[in-house]
Design a protein around this ligand. Structure first.
Ligand SMILES: [Ca+2]
Ligand SMILES: [Ca+2]
Length: 507
């Protein structure tokens, strides 16, 4: 774009930031169109025009190498993409608007990195006054390179000033930062103008939270930064060089540090309320990992009914890798056979990867033999061989034998209720007694005095006749008086009959 102060042609710039001031928008578009024509005309028709990368914004050019980064990062906050026609581009993570203060921005690579694989990021960092400012004044606050798994993911945006876009309230979670801090705050190391340190982002970062502290002097330059991740077991090593010095930091456990093995990476930056420092990143190389693809497992019960149970996501995996970590027991409904039957994707493809796990209703039976035994004589009154579902069984009422009194479990028998496993076989034996009847025989005198009483327990059925009852021999054969019952008939289990004999006393 034109430098508005002197009209000098500098470069072609596209703004990726929607929040650019509207009042300048049309002007920029016009300038862009005009300049594009001018530049391309010059390039193709004129004598060799040595096109310099623009120094309009940052006084010096970033190295004219590296991929076009505009589509490779998600930009948040005040971050912007600057693309120049000779393919030199960079992203500002703070202070893109030439003088704004108290800003913060973040750029996160569109694709996360797989921490199971090594990767290297090579870049250049600019942390200095831009061209519209005098080169005097305080520089603050700096840039971080951060690997993170914040819930906001690649939309995470942090705080301004000393927070460098990652610390303070709402700090980036599950993260590790390498800070390039150009302003020494109260809690900062004091050994140099600017300092480099590994910091685990937190609400409050103290001096002791700065690890691997090194120093550098901010200036009007693009400082090379190379970061290499080397996985090792559950963690890995973060090796980085900045301004010609090398450092390394070991992460013991990626799950503890990053909340997983896949993480976002990118840069954040900030300015404070007074200092104006442009913070910019130019990329040299991006991670060249094999791309990974997510895998989804859907669980169903009853392949016929297709009842959906739930889903699970597996860690992203590389194309061609066998999908081995499918949990065939997850969501299994009670009573269904496990493991489930798996179908669907078996090898990761560069498309949607879906695995199905289907359970079937368990056909798991057990056998319960119920024996009903007469306790008096040991004879088997009834025997049932029942095929039941494995699981709980009983209680006693589940195995009735109605013709007798409530049974009692015979010693050594299985309990009347419990749990039976698939394929098991048990025998429950109940002892029964026939239900008895009661005949009360009362002998009394003709005057009503009771002479004798017998309470007789009898089997149900016919009873009587008279001669079956105990004789009261102190008297003449009595004359019986029918009270409630006759002296012979049929009596049911549980019934009571009373027969009264009345005697004439032999006096
Ligand atoms: Ca600081
Ligand atoms: Ca610091």
């Amino acid at each position: 774009m034109f430098n508005g102060t002197d009209g000098k042609l500098t470069a072609y710039r596209e703004e990726g930031k929607k929040s650019m001031k509207k009042r300048t928008g049309k002007f920029k578009i016009l300038c862009t169109l005009a300049l594009t024509g001018i530049l391309w005309t010059a390039f193709f028709a004129g004598p060799a025009l040595t096109v310099q990368a623009s120094t309009a914004d940052f006084r010096v050019s970033p190295p004219a190498t590296g991929p076009r980064t505009g589509a490779m990062f998600i930009r948040n906050g005040c971050a912007q993409w600057h693309y120049y026609w000779n393919h030199v581009d960079w992203l500002t993570v703070a202070n893109p608007d030439y003088g704004a203060v108290a800003e913060t921005g973040s750029i996160w690579a569109c694709s996360p990195v797989d921490l199971n694989q090594p990767f290297t990021v090579e870049s250049y960092l600019y942390m200095y006054h831009n061209t519209l400012q005098p080169t005097t004044g305080t520089l603050a606050d700096g840039i971080t390179f951060t690997i993170q798994n914040d819930p906001c993911g690649k939309n995470y945006i942090g705080n301004t000033g000393p927070n460098l876009g990652v610390y303070g309230s709402g700090y980036v979670k599950n993260a590790l930062s390498i800070e390039f801090d150009t302003y020494s705050d109260a809690n900062d190391p004091k050994g140099g103008v600017g300092h480099v340190a590994v910091v685990k982002p937190a609400a409050s970062v103290g001096l002791a939270d700065h690890i691997n502290v090194g120093y550098f002097t901010p200036g009007c330059r693009w400082i090379p930064l190379s970061v290499t991740w080397t996985p090792s077991g559950a963690g890995g090593k973060l090796s980085y060089s900045f301004d010609g010095k090398s450092y390394s930091y070991t992460v013991a456990d990626c799950n503890a540090q990053f909340g997983g093995k896949t993480a976002w990476w990118g840069f954040t930056g900030s300015t404070n309320a007074k200092a104006r420092q442009s913070n910019a990143v130019a990329m040299k190389t991006f991670p060249t990992q094999n791309p990974t693809y997510p895998i989804t497992v859907y669980y169903y019960a009853d392949s016929l009914s297709g009842r959906y149970l739930g889903s699970a996501s597996l860690s992203a995996a590389q194309v061609g890798a066998a999908i081995t970590d499918v949990d065939l027991y997850k969501f299994a409904p009670a009573g269904y056979a496990t493991p489930g039957t798996r179908s669907g994707a078996t090898v990761v493809a560069a498309t949607t990867n879906i695995v199905y796990v289907v359970y079937s209703k368990a056909i798991q039976t057990a056998t319960i033999t119920v024996v009903h035994k007469d306790l008096e004589n040991g004879s088997i009154l009834w025997k049932d061989v029942l095929t039941v579902n494995a699981g709980p069984y009983g209680p006693y009422e589940s195995f009735p034998f109605p013709n007798y009194e409530t049974g009692v479990l015979v010693a050594g028998s299985a309990p009347a209720s419990g749990t039976i496993g698939a394929g098991e076989s048990i025998t429950i034996t109940y002892g029964y007694q026939k239900q008895k009847a009661t005949i009360i025989v009362i002998h009394q005198s003709s005057t009503g005095a009771q002479l004798w009483r017998d309470d007789l327990t009898v089997d149900p059925g016919s009873y009587g006749p008279y001669s079956n009852y105990p004789y009261f021999d102190g008297y003449d054969i009595g004359r019986w008086l029918n009270t409630s019952d006759p002296v012979s008939g049929t009596i049911n289990g549980g019934e009571t009959k009373t027969i009264i004999f009345v005697y004439n006393l032999l006096v």
